[in-house]
Design a protein around this ligand. Structure first.
Ligand code: SF4
Length: 49
């Protein structure tokens, strides 16, 4: 797993502004094609319990 910085500290996989998940899945937010980073999102996000 490469080093992944992530500022979504409300995610249960977040540890000190880094992602601690064994893998992540990132999806397009538009159905056809993304052209900016804003049009992608982490699908592995889970809110902290
Ligand atoms: S799973 Fe996604 S949202 Fe959660 S810490 Fe990792 S990269 Fe960030």
């Amino acid at each position: 797993m490469p080093t992944i910085k992530c500022t979504v500290t409300e995610c249960q996989y977040n540890s000190n502004v880094m992602c601690d998940a064994p893998m992540i899945q990132v999806n397009r937010t538009r159905t056809e094609q993304s052209s900016t980073s804003e049009e992608t999102q982490c699908d592995t996000f889970k809110p902290k319990a």
